[in-house]
Design a protein around this ligand. Structure first.
Ligand SMILES: Nc1ncnc2c1ncn2[C@@H]1O[C@H](COP(=O)(O)OP(=O)(O)OP(=O)(O)O)[C@@H](O)[C@H]1O
Length: 596
């Protein structure tokens, strides 16, 4: 570990390929924006470009909700419809003007998106996707059947285009340029979002929701925000679309259109704003290019889509990125000398740092944890041991908030944390690692640790401080030079260290480790013991589960033994490991004396 407090700010590794790619993109972007002004475009081409641009704005919403946050939404056409009908009815029936109508449409889309996101509290995965389909169908039914309000299947015509101060957008070419500028702003925002605290939280939820909560991400709120942003973008795309075509009807916003939006995002590469734009453009242009095939064109179109999806699961953009990276070559490491690792742990408060009283967790009739009283003293290493299935991991899950206890209480530094959610416990100073490593696999090592550093209430604030903190934690575990590598490319032992660094970056006061030595070789175990001793030296309280008795004996100040969910022994390693009840529990023999 470096002792001098020097930190050269980590510049993101920028390859020549990325710069070249950026220049190419910028040239294409400027050329596209200038196209309507410098080239005579037929009405047909103008309409196609208008559709591509307004659709892309809406499909970028899927990048946020599905690409970044991993939540499948099949209602994007419904939000597109809400935005479109707000502008259509607002301008045609109510004389509100474009801007006010659009604002109302965005508010309505945001509200509907937030409500959909709120349902994720009760349900998730496929069921949540079903709810989005139901919402889509409700919107379609309203558009078709509320004839008085929406004009029904006849649709709305004569939708006006807006004006900007000093600029008339009534001309189709001027309006297209305006839509392209809006698209650029949205695409830039979505691209940048990925690099922000919120974007990292979203990606953490996508990669591992359980771990995200434990490292301080408010997973529920993150999903609601993602749904809301996605809905607003859907509404914005729809509002621009309605004015662009001056006529809309319900069939343009049906479930089939939601599937088309989803296909566009997946084909291009849903995890990237550029990929989404590429996929949308391609799926609008492809049918036109294939028209010369006459009656078999639909079959070829369908086949192309299937082939892209099967052979490019990350989409076309994902493939291009992989090629640009040189077939998986490691990105250049940032030259960073981390500051020495610091932990700011309050030294006042009760010596009994973590206490459980009568803690129980039952799964139906199975008493996995059965009325456990536990006291972990401040600044000690406390080990929890016991045979397989004795309830150790369940106890740790109750302590970190992943399981609600059936009975009993948990107190941290005198504060009752029994009812707190995982992210709130993290904010209270509880960090943890998992028996089966739970990292955010598509993120870099640095981004994994940044998610830990940005937990609510952590001292690190701005992006620079967060990076500094993340590098400190990575330097402590000896991985600062690998920060920019993808976490999935690391060997198993190093992945365990990244999990520890992620927890440490959040400045915990208590670290819960679930079998940290599992799968490590003897040298790595030796290093782990050294690392835990150094952490103890920083005043951290450590509560760990492990099966390696030699390691536990070397590192632990105190041991608690569980069997069948009950505490059967407690004390110093020397005493506990020699107790007949403990030996019997491990060897499966019936003790001849009463249990401790
Ligand atoms: N989510 C769950 N639903 C039902 N039963 C569970 C659940 N989680 C754990 N159990 C059961 O609770 C008991 C305790 O399991 P737990 O994983 O806590 O044991 P452990 O001591 O950590 O075991 P190991 O050392 O093998 O990891 C086991 O019988 C297990 O099958």
């Amino acid at each position: 570990m470096t002792t001098n407090a020097t930190l050269s700010h980590p510049a993101p590794a920028t390859s020549r390929g990325a710069i070249a790619g950026g220049i190419v993109l910028a040239v294409i972007a400027v050329a596209l924006a200038a196209l309507p002004q410098i080239m005579p475009l037929s009405g047909y081409v103008l309409n196609m470009l208008m559709q591509a641009v307004t659709y892309t704005v809406a499909v970028l919403g899927l990048t946020v909700v599905l690409g970044y946050t991993g939540q499948l939404s099949l209602a994007q056409a419904a939000f597109f419809g809400i935005g479109a009908y707000a502008v259509a009815l607002g301008t045609v029936d109510y004389g509100l003007g474009f801007w006010l109508s659009m604002a109302l449409g965005l508010v309505a889309s945001a509200a509907a998106g937030a409500v959909l996101g709120l349902t994720s509290l009760r349900i998730g995965g496929h069921y949540l996707a079903m709810v989005t389909i139901a919402f889509q169908q409700i919107v379609t039914l309203v558009l078709v059947n509320s004839i008085e309000f929406t004009h029904g299947p006849d649709g709305v015509s004569g939708i006006a285009r807006p004006n900007l101060p000093g600029v008339s957008l009534t001309n189709g070419r001027a309006y297209l340029t305006f839509c392209i500028v809006v698209l650029y702003a949205v695409a830039l925002g979505v691209w940048y979002l990925r690099r922000t605290r919120l974007g990292r939280a979203m990606q953490a939820v996508r990669d591992n929701e359980l771990a995200a909560g434990v490292v301080g991400v408010h997973t529920y709120r993150t999903k609601v925000v993602a749904f809301t942003i996605s809905a607003v973008l859907g509404g914005l795309g729809g509002a621009l679309f309605a004015s662009g075509f001056s006529y809309i009807s319900p069939d343009q916003f049906s479930f089939a259109e939601s599937v088309v939006f989803l296909t566009m995002a997946l084909i291009g590469g849903v995890q990237s704003a550029f990929g989404t734009a590429l996929g949308t453009g391609l799926l609008i242009l492809l049918p036109e290019w294939l028209r010369f095939l006459k009656e078999i064109y639909l079959a070829i179109y369908g086949l192309s889509v299937i082939l892209i999806m099967v052979f490019m699961p990350e989409g076309i953009w994902g493939l291009l990125e992989r090629i640009a990276r040189g077939g998986g070559a490691k990105p250049a490491a940032a030259l960073v000398t981390p500051r020495p690792f610091r932990l700011e742990i309050a030294s006042d408060g009760p010596a009994e740092f973590l206490e459980t009283r009568g803690l129980a967790k039952h799964f139906g009739g199975l008493r996995a944890v059965d009325g456990v009283d536990l006291t972990v003293r401040r600044g000690t290493v406390h080990a929890l041991i016991g045979p397989n299935g004795s309830g150790k991991t369940t106890l740790l899950n109750v302590l970190s908030g992943l399981y609600k206890p059936t009975a009993g209480s948990v107190t941290l530094a005198g504060r009752d944390i029994t009812r707190l959610a995982p992210h709130e416990r993290c904010a209270a100073g509880v960090g943890r690692t998992f028996q089966n490593i739970r990292l955010f696999r598509s993120l870099s090592i640095l981004d994994n640790v940044l998610v830990g550093a940005q937990r609510p209430g952590a001292p690190a604030r701005g992006e620079a401080q967060l990076r500094e903190r993340a590098y400190e934690a990575l330097g402590f575990v000896g991985l600062a030079d690998k920060a920019s590598e993808l976490v999935g490319s690391l060997p198993y032992g190093h992945q365990r260290l990244v999990e520890i660094a992620r927890a440490l970056a959040g400045q915990p006061a208590l670290l819960l480790l679930d079998e940290p030595a599992a799968g490590l070789n003897p040298t790595e175990k030796q290093d782990l013991v050294g690392l835990l001793r150094r952490l103890k030296g920083h005043g951290l309280t450590i509560f760990l589960i492990d099966h390696d008795m030699a390691m536990v004996e070397r590192i632990a100040d105190h041991i608690t033994v569980l069997n069948f969910g009950k505490r059967i022994a407690e004390g110093s390693p020397r005493d506990v490991l020699r107790q007949p009840a403990v030996i019997a529990a491990y060897l499966g023999e019936v003790p001849t004396h009463g249990a401790a």
